[in-house]
Ligand binder design. Sequence first.
Ligand code: SAH
Length: 398
Amino acid sequence: MKTLLDIKVNKKAAAKLRSGYPLLEKEAVQNLKALKEEGTILRILDDKKNYIGTGYYGLQNKGVGWVISREPEESIDDAFFARKIEAAVQRRKKLMEDPDTTAFRILNGEGDGLGGLTIDYYDGFYLIQWYSEGIYLFREDILKAMRKKLVYKGIYEKKRFDKKGQYIEDDDFVEGERGSFPLIIKENGVNFAVDLNDGAMTGVFLDQREVRKAIRERYSNGAKMLNMFSYTGAFSVCSALGGAAKTTSVDVANRSKPKTIQQFEANQLDPSLHEIVVEDVFQYFKYAARKERTFDLVVVDPPSFAKTKKRTFSVAKDYTKLLKETIDLTKNGGVIVASTNSSAVSVKTFKQFIKAACKEKGAGYDILEHYSLPDDFRTISAFPEGSYLKVFFVKITK
Ligand code: SAH
């Protein structure tokens, strides 16, 4: 049995939590010292000791825990998690039945009522991501619930709760049968090679599914395409499949090159017809300017924060500069796909970055399309911070 602890929150927080806000903020808790062991189940009470919700204590970058139930009598056990998983699966019925897409999210943290936890499906395998030690302490109950509600070959996990909230390197296999990697999954009929047991990431970011589809179907035919921060080249592959004349993928990580070759080959595309550059994007900008290279389609999808030997980059500080350099390489009438997964930058701020970069470069622009998270990355209106993905298709005129 897990211990149960009463915690009191201030008036303001009580109102916010009652309106559906799922995150327990540190400032809200009046008896903070009572919080000792992560994984403790919390009965959250207002200043008059009226029940607000049940949560757990778990430390993430933000907050000290999540509200996971609004029923005072509901116990937090394997049956509880089974109900959450069942509801999450029901919401994704259509995707589950789509033969052309075999990888997607089945449970998205607070969007599905379980802040701090996500579960993804990769063609017969499940990948659990734990965002705090607190939620990790419910591991046995959650695994029991998964065994009851899901059919699978095997389960893997990522523990994302070292001191900085980063991934803890480990053998990520949990149970069932081990996958043989690379595993080839499908997304709208496109193949991607993934590995569920090779570090923090799997090879494909599932939240960009709709963006990849748009790039393939509407923006690539005949285009010279540049993919900045290309990782395994998923956008390049989609552009090539959509008829791009040539793609150029740029990423500073050495591993990006063999991984990108693998993604091309998984789709019977000849990687030698494409360019894969292992370099800092800011160096590449200089090189491309010297060679007077320009592109019809440029995807810019940096990490929120990155540190290389030479510089640190943060979306909040440096995106406008990044876009300005991108505009230089974009042909008149070309399209920039500006993307960020930074929750520190709102849609409004991101639009301002685009406006400022174009203005400073004297370029005209037209926003053609705008994407946020796909439906399987379910978010709730009470927690807009959960909707972190922002992608704009911007047509540039010079
Ligand atoms: N756009 C990719 C995901 C990008 S992940 C996709 O859709 O799959 C971020 C990538 O940025 C990582 O692969 C990392 O190696 C790379 N990166 C970080 N800083 C960089 C820099 N200064 N120049 C080039 N690549 C960088």
